[in-house]
Design a protein around this ligand. Structure first.
Ligand SMILES: *Cc1c(COP(=O)(O)O)cnc(C)c1O
Length: 401
């Protein structure tokens, strides 16, 4: 057996099969490139589902992490530490908001957003106890906890995991009339991705997000934007909401906030909203730890330069221009996305998303399929134009068959 086969067989024997990875075993990575255990190189066109916006082994992030490793890594929130205030202040400022509640993973931040919205509903809006409703969109992806999968429409994510948490209402994504009709006196929040990532990089129709904003304002409902995948430079702006001139009441952030080094997530909002929490009502042992804050501070500093947003805009225009040329050629049915982020629907006659992903892997390009026929392209924002062009050339070659 090859080193790859041995590693995969051993992983399959000793781990739960809750993923179906491509048969590649990565050993090292740098920038937009990964190297496997047999020395083969691959262009990373997935970037850890946008957790690696700044690339593998980013010097600034690794240096920040190393320096912090030598100082202090964990205090728990039982004590203050000297990176916490800076992290919260600078993240709030990046978001144009006031207050931060740090967690670790995306799902925890979404859970935090749900709890915040409910508490705000009872304490501030005056919703009767136990009656709070949160409206979400069909085909959403907000994580994997029992509460979050309770409001998923993906059967695979839900089946056998009930009983489900009540208190959620699902409306079609992009349909303002349906949203208006779903709102009641007890609606405390609308929770949505400004671009649906896992669903296949679905961009809502123009005017939808401003419509959601107007409706939520009108009905005293919180607009919670889950920017865990769409945020932090991916679309060419710091937040995908900015493309529509929308400022939500709360951002939910994760993935790239930890620079692909450590898991860091956060809910960012106003004092009025996050001010509902009192000591002991919510928390996390690792949330806001010194190592997480040190890395995230470097992420925030990099985003403040605008350089990565600029790259995503310019390379994204190029990516979409090239991908559009493939539509109508028989192999590609539709291309969607914004910035350096695209969902490409493969015609069933040319194979499944999985088959295309495997063929791309054989040519040294790593992507991942979603929902059967879609491949998602989301390279690190540090990718060079030459490498991006090379990756696109491999895609064209695979689609030519
Ligand atoms: C990835 C993702 C999450 C969940 O994040 P985890 O860190 O995997 O828990 C939530 N929302 C969106 C939009 C995501 O893309």
């Amino acid at each position: 057996m090859s080193a790859t086969e041995t590693a995969i067989a051993s992983a399959e024997a000793h781990s739960a099969h809750n993923y179906h990875p491509l048969p590649v075993v990565v050993a090292t990575a740098d920038g937009a490139w990964m190297t496997d255990v047999e020395g083969r190189r691959y262009l990373d066109m997935l970037a850890g589902y946008s957790a690696l916006n700044f690339g593998h082994g980013n010097r600034r992030l690794i240096d920040a992490a190393k320096a912090q490793l030598e100082r202090v890594t964990l205090t728990s929130r039982a004590f203050h530490h000297d990176r916490f205030a800076d992290f919260c202040t600078q993240l709030a400022e990046l978001c144009g908001m006031e207050s931060v509640l740090p967690m670790n993973t995306g799902a925890e931040a979404v859970e935090t957003a749900v709890k915040t919205a409910r508490k705000w509903g009872y304490r501030v809006k005056g919703v009767p106890d136990g009656m709070a409703k949160i409206i979400v969109a069909a085909n959403n992806f907000h994580g994997r906890t029992t509460t979050i999968i309770s409001f998923s429409t993906d059967q695979e994510a839900r089946e056998d995991f009930g009983p489900y948490t009540p208190g959620f209402e699902i409306v079609p994504y992009g349909d303002l009339t349906a949203l208006r009709e779903a709102m009641t006196e007890n609606t405390v929040a609308v929770l949505m991705e400004p671009i649906q990532g896992e669903a296949g990089v679905l961009v809502p129709p123009p005017g939808y997000l401003p419509g959601v904003r107007a409706l939520t304002h009108e009905r005293n409902v919180l607009f919670i934007a889950d920017e865990i995948q769409s945020g932090l430079g991916r679309t060419g702006r710091t937040f995908a909401c900015e493309h529509e001139g929308v400022v939500p009441d709360m951002y939910v952030l994760g993935k790239a906030l930890g620079g692909g080094v450590v898991p860091v997530s956060a809910v960012v909002s106003s004092q009025d909203v996050l001010g509902v929490f009192r000591p002991g009502e919510h928390g996390s042992t690792f949330g806001g730890n010194p190592l997480a804050c040190a890395v995230a501070l470097e992420v925030i500093a990099m985003l403040r330069t605008g350089e990565f947003q600029q790259r995503a805009t310019e390379l994204g225009e190029h990516l979409h221009q090239e991908l559009r040329l493939l539509v109508g050629g028989g192999a590609v049915e539709e291309v969607r996305g914004r910035g350096l982020w695209a969902g490409v629907d493969i015609a069933p006659s040319h194979g499944t998303g999985r088959e295309i992903s495997e063929k791309l892997m054989d040519r040294g390009v790593l992507v991942k399929d979603t929902h059967g026929s879609t491949i998602r392209i989301a390279p690190p924002l540090v990718i060079s134009k030459e490498d991006l062009d090379w990756g696109l050339e491999q895609l064209r070659a695979v689609l030519r068959g």
